[in-house]
Design a protein around this ligand. Sequence first.
Ligand code: FMN
Length: 329
Amino acid sequence: MTDLSTNYLGLQLKNPIIVGSSGLTDSVEKIKNLEAMGAAAVVLKSLFEEEIIMEMDETIYAMTNRHFVFPETMDYMETVVKEDILANYLELITESKKSVEIPVIASINCVSSQKWTYFAKEIEKAGADALELNLFFLPSDTQRGEKEILEATFDIISKVKGSIRIPVALKISAYQSNLIRFAEHIDQAGVEGIVLFNRSWLPDIDISQLVVSSGFVLSSPSDLGNTLRWVSMIAGRVNCDIAASTGIHDGAGLIKQLLAGANACQVVSALYINDLSFIRKMTEELSKWMVVHEFESIDEFRGRLSQSKSGNPAAWERVQFMKHFRNFV
Ligand SMILES: Cc1cc2nc3c(=O)[nH]c(=O)nc-3n(C[C@H](O)[C@H](O)[C@H](O)COP(=O)(O)O)c2cc1C
């Protein structure tokens, strides 16, 4: 009997497939279906920091206009929220938790620790099993250097960790400079997990209309290599867990990420391109592969090919680049 279970953020998952934050996870019905199709956990569609702040500001405006004194706590929020984005999000968490047994991870896309962080507490109260923070520093922002990004990141971690007890994972960008050091820093700051990577909006140019347009939103299997490189290099260097996200399009991709050192894998594009039965197909591939290689549990092979454990660290480094390009004629 192969045991596909894995531990991520202190949560016991029946298999390593988490459905990543996306339109696939924005309703209770969809989440119930994902559980039925074999997903081990879900990350809810993200709320944006700006959405939280905007709704708070509207609330504050409404309250001050009615000659209310702004309260010390934000408990009044629930009674005066206008747009209901926040209330709807909390309801999505509560109702999902009532309807499924798999862990439900909430998600916030943020760039600062400004006044939105109180909402982490609301998310915890609503019953989320963990919180994923999608850090979204634009690589084109010339105002923020590495130092400012680190400061903002620490600030976010410390405010959020200081207010909740559920595990926190940080979803970071592949464009972050000095990724290994950045991962070590955020690990030391106390997060329970790192998600590699979030997906940037990709621009395109419409050459018939001469306008900037949106590029293709979904990843492709060729995106796997970059995630694999960083999962392999960061695993073994941090104490926290790692979730691989980007480019996992089949069971082989899943297996590779586990061999590189991931605790769990987040999948989105493959489920848009195929259908939800693909979750089962991937876990079956993993199971068959484990039988062939005589592994009874994931712990027996996880991280075996990470840079620190592979016995051949150079396989992930510059020498490989030199060999590859010299031999490609
Ligand atoms: C349609 C769509 C919507 C997404 N929405 C979010 C989101 O709200 N928050 C987030 O952190 N990531 C979001 N993502 C990124 C995914 O969670 C994931 O990190 C990314 O797509 C890479 O995984 P994949 O290669 O399996 O698609 C979205 C991706 C897609 C395709």
